[in-house]
Ligand binder design. Structure first.
Ligand SMILES: [Zn+2]
Length: 497
């Protein structure tokens, strides 16, 4: 196993005596009053700030008897302030690693600090992940085994210790599942095509008590899933579709809601014959981050249980140019009989999502959510920090945004403006796969999907093209995949129970 995935170990202690060795760390919020009881520490911090050393996050050598370090949070300016706690806790952890001090003692016995424990652990587990298995060749394997892993001690003070412990265990499961799917997104295209991704889903099903159903190219053909077949035609790696199901334990014949989650899984997107420029292609192994997020959510749900039924559908294909690839001008007749003119083969995500959404709709779910790295237009509109949510059901959108607030994954609603459907007209088919306007690409993509989701199904679409793969170090995430969306979808399901 890759040593960079070393399991983080932690425990909860009621108190921690000042003379017991360990890297003692207080987290302080200068502007946001998380830890008001530490007024005297704040006063000290101000003193340091006056000496213009506020830019260094870790203030070492303090004279405070009880702490080695103070972590001011105000320097992390995020819309969701808990993201700052995660960043600060990670910095404390990295300091403990570099100083080779164990345990790292996180003090948090303020009365209003109950949420703090979870956020700190979340920042540490997600933040200490890195995809490094190809770095440094064989030698790095030895080096990695030498990585120092400090234990974390959460000081609970007057808080309910068993409750905190249970919550932290739950959170650790969530973060470990998120890190696993980050691996899938980060794997190079040669290592993870549609077939390999489907195999990973088989492993997930076995490890997380989920039922699984698989579609190979023959079954897709037999059942009329034309979108996946059309997009997959250009690749020598045939497309796949996967459905994972979680069934809750139900008393008697009580009816529980059914949630369907759908993910776009383009394992590599060259653009097809509408080939992308070289530079835009470099990160395109990440074009399956939506499917990975759905898989991650299903793993979390399988491991932690839920009170609702959940089906996760993964649409998996590789988009390549070749003599067998679909061409601009080709027309696809989808399973429901609606025809699509492919004016640009790089707008392929929506074509494979149509199949998965139609399978999802056939299950008559109470809620349906899809996640996809769908449009570059979304990055232009919202940047890399924020994902878009669009849909026809205000309640579902509200629920998704609330789940995002909890996990620190911000969703911003864009309107599903029907007038833009005019831009999607085709002279030869029922609809075109791209709009004829240079603007509003995120909205037209969602409108296109909506054409294949029956009106009566509460449905929402997440365009995660920005934060799923920011293309640089971001917040507490190392460069590469962030697993964005898995926690939102798992949170939605949890809150429905
Ligand atoms: Zn594309």
């Amino acid at each position: 196993m890759d040593k960079s995935k070393t399991k983080i170990s932690w425990r909860v202690e009621k108190t921690w005596a000042a003379d017991v060795p360990g890297l003692r760390t207080f987290l302080l919020a200068e502007e946001h009053e998380f830890f008001t009881p530490y007024a005297e520490l704040e006063a000290k911090l101000k003193l340091y700030n006056e000496r213009e050393i506020e830019k260094s996050l870790l203030l070492s050598g303090t004279t405070l008897e009880s702490s080695d370090y103070l972590l001011p949070l105000a320097q992390f300016k995020y819309l969701n302030i808990w993201e700052a706690v995660k960043c600060a806790a990670l910095m404390a952890y990295k300091e403990a690693v570099s100083l080779k001090i164990s345990p790292l003692v996180l003090v948090m016995d303020a009365p209003d600090a109950s949420g703090f424990h979870k956020k700190a652990l979340e920042g540490i587990i997600l933040g200490s992940y890195a995809y490094e298995q190809f770095k440094g060749g064989a030698k790095s394997k030895e080096k990695k085994s030498e990585i120092f892993v400090p234990e974390i001690v959460f000081v609970s003070g007057g808080l309910d210790q068993p409750l905190i412990t249970a919550e932290l265990e739950r959170l650790q499961t969530v973060c470990e599942r998120v890190n696993r799917i980050r691996d899938l997104v980060n794997h190079p295209p040669a290592f993870l095509g549609p077939e390999e991704f489907a195999c990973e889903a088989v492993k997930s099903a076995a490890a997380c008590s989920l039922k699984i159903e698989l579609w190979d190219e023959n079954r897709l053909k037999g059942e009329g899933y034309a979108g996946l077949l059309a997009v997959g035609r250009g690749s020598n790696k045939p497309p796949r579709m996967v459905a994972l199901t979680y069934e809750p334990e139900i008393d008697g014949d009580k009816k529980v809601p059914h949630v369907v989650l759908v993910g776009k899984g383009i394992t590599f997107d060259s653009g097809g014959l509408s080939l992308k420029p070289g530079a835009s292609m470099v990160d395109m192994k990440s074009d399956m981050a939506g499917a990975a997020a759905v898989l991650g959510a299903m793993e979390i749900i399988g491991r932690l249980g839920a009170k609702v039924k959940v089906t996760g559908i993964l649409a998996l294909a590789e988009n390549m140019p070749s003599g067998t690839a679909q061409a601009p001008g080709d027309i696809i007749v989808m399973k429901n009989g609606k025809s699509v003119e492919v004016k640009n083969t790089d707008a392929e995500g929506r074509l494979i999502l149509v199949d998965a959404l139609q399978l999802g709709a056939s299950l008559e779910p109470d809620f349906m959510v899809d996640a996809a790295t769908l449009t570059g237009a979304c990055r232009v509109a919202l940047g890399i920090d924020v994902a878009a949510v669009l849909g026809r059901d205000a309640d579902l959108i509200k629920r998704l945004k609330a789940a995002g607030e909890e996990s620190g994954e911000i969703l911003w609603e864009l309107p599903l403006e029907k007038a833009y459907l005019e831009n999607m007209k085709s002279d030869f088919a029922d609809i075109s796969n791209i709009g004829n306007s240079a603007y509003g690409g995120t909205i037209t993509a969602a409108l296109f999907l909506g054409e294949f989701v029956p009106e009566e199904i509460p449905w929402a679409h997440l365009d995660i093209a920005g934060p799923a793969y920011p293309g640089k170090k971001w917040k507490y995430f190392a460069p590469g995949a962030t697993g964005y969306g898995a926690r939102i979808m798992a949170g939605l399901v949890k809150n429905l129970g």
